[in-house]
Design a protein. Structure first.
Length: 80
């Protein structure tokens, strides 16, 4: 059958705040909330890629274990 392939030129790694961004927290729970939001942004990006119907994802940039896990769980394959 036909397989959709996504060719990407961006990182498939857990989203992190840009360098130079300063965050002042008043509660340690906020640190966990920020980490959770970073993971959610990553999941949303992967979900959009998978929504396109792509089952094979090729990227010229980095890909981390967390992202690979999401793709495998969805029955897709991602390769750098």
């Amino acid at each position: 059958g036909n397989v959709k392939v996504a060719l990407l030129d961006f990182n498939l790694q857990k989203h992190k705040m840009q360098m130079g961004v300063q965050v002042v927290l008043t509660d340690t729970k906020q640190v966990e909330e920020i980490r959770q939001r970073e993971m959610d942004i990553t999941k949303e990006k992967i979900h959009k890629i998978l929504e396109s119907g792509a089952k094979v994802i090729l990227t010229t940039k980095g890909i981390d274990d967390l992202c690979l896990k999401y793709f495998v769980e969805a029955g897709a394959m991602a390769v750098r």
